[in-house]
Design a protein around this ligand. Structure first.
Ligand code: HEC
Ligand code: HEC
Ligand code: HEC
Ligand code: HEC
Ligand code: HEC
Length: 216
């Protein structure tokens, strides 16, 4: 008598079970892995801006300090983006005819702000404050990377809770002298471990990981 199911049907059956089992275990693993990829966290992604503003030219070639345009960072939670009048303080003298700057001139003379698009954005339930970080010796480059080398700004950090806490639990690894806060190329001339501990004592830096610091 011929068997009811052929040999190959049997192995197809086992293959199917294998595939279902892999999917049940594999899918959540894949989702969890995906949530940590730069794609999901928005890291490395370029945001198209209304004007081709290039940090490389302004910061590196012209040596303009970050705080000239993002002065809010030392005073307030938000670093802010500069008003058109800040751009015009130079661009009413340099590159006055450049088509690249037509939109800047238009914004200035019509009194309508330029709508820069946000690159970094935390969820609303998270509280963040630039000024305390700068006052306690955490520099821009530590969180934003080498902005002076970016044609267009992108996030270099995932901005996840784990990223915040990794530093908060041992901030001395990332502290620098207050006069180097906006420097892109500073490196410590004594071991960071020693300098960090000294600065932490001097500036009274605490290790903060209670929930209410960031979730108010
Ligand atoms: C001449 C003015 C100017 C200077 C100087 C400047 N920036 Fe900017 N920055 C801007 C403008 C305009 C934007 C918004 C457009 C963009 O994202 O490129 C911006 C955007 C940014 C963003 C992204 C903001 C977001 O949406 O999340 C970061 C981060 C940043 N700047 C950091 C820096 C750092 C660090 C320095 C110093 C090394 C610096 N900037 C110097 C004008 C400036
Ligand atoms: C401290 C002076 C200064 C300020 C402030 C300034 N710029 Fe410039 N910008 C320059 C100079 C100088 C150049 C010439 C480019 C170079 O260095 O090659 C330039 C070039 C440019 C260009 C031409 C494209 C390029 O990058 O080569 C654009 C666009 C531009 N600036 C936009 C802006 C905007 C928008 C702001 C305000 C957020 C601004 N600039 C603020 C000095 C300034
Ligand atoms: C401890 C990490 C950290 C440091 C240090 C830091 N930033 Fe930020 N920055 C962030 C985070 C996180 C955001 C997103 C904030 C949000 O969405 O509320 C941000 C947002 C910004 C923005 C977007 C506009 C805004 O204010 O939210 C600019 C511009 C900016 N940073 C510039 C700077 C500059 C310039 C410095 C140094 C003077 C600096 N940052 C230092 C973490 C940092
Ligand atoms: C590279 C180090 C570093 C990173 C990254 C960092 N912080 Fe901080 N944060 C500090 C230091 C240092 C202080 C100052 C502690 C003190 O007051 O002594 C601080 C203070 C704060 C405070 C003030 C707390 C209070 O009670 O006064 C808040 C809020 C805060 N951080 C939120 C965040 C959030 C949200 C993130 C992530 C998006 C973040 N920080 C990422 C180093 C960091
Ligand atoms: C230094 C700042 C900081 C501290 C302290 C902190 N968080 Fe968060 N938390 C964040 C940030 C930033 C996010 C959003 C990004 C993310 O989801 O990773 C977040 C997200 C969350 C979420 C949303 C769930 C998720 O994963 O998206 C929960 C729930 C949460 N935090 C609970 C807590 C609890 C409970 C504590 C205390 C044990 C705490 N947080 C302490 C910064 C902080």
């Amino acid at each position: 008598m011929k068997p009811l199911f052929s040999r190959s049907a049997n192995s197809i059956y086992w293959l199917a079970i294998g595939a279902v089992a892999t999917a049940i275990v594999g899918l959540p693993v894949m989702l969890i892995a995906w949530a940590r990829t730069p794609y999901a966290t928005g890291e490395q992604q370029i945001v198209e801006q209304p004007i081709k503003f290039d940090h490389r030219h302004h910061v590196r070639d012209d040596g303009v300090d970050c705080l000239y345009c993002h002065g809010g960072a030392t005073r307030a939670p938000y670093a802010g983006v500069p008003a058109t009048s800040t751009c015009m303080s130079c661009h009413n003298q340099v590159w006055t005819d450049s088509p690249e700057l037509a939109a800047v001139r238009k914004s200035y003379f019509e009194g309508k702000p330029i709508h820069w698009r946000r690159v970094h954005r935390l969820p609303d339930f998270v509280f963040f404050d630039h000024s305390i970080h700068l006052a306690k010796g955490v520099g821009c480059v530590t969180c934003h990377g080498r902005v002076d080398r970016m044609a267009q700004v992108f996030a270099v950090a995932p901005l996840t809770m784990r990223w915040c806490l990794d530093c908060h639990r041992a901030p001395e690894r990332h502290l620098r002298p207050l006069d180097q806060i906006t420097a892109m190329e500073w490196t410590p001339d004594v071991p960071q471990e020693r300098l960090g501990r000294e600065l932490a004592t001097q500036l009274g830096v605490r290790s903060i990981d209670d929930c209410t610091a960031c979730h108010r």
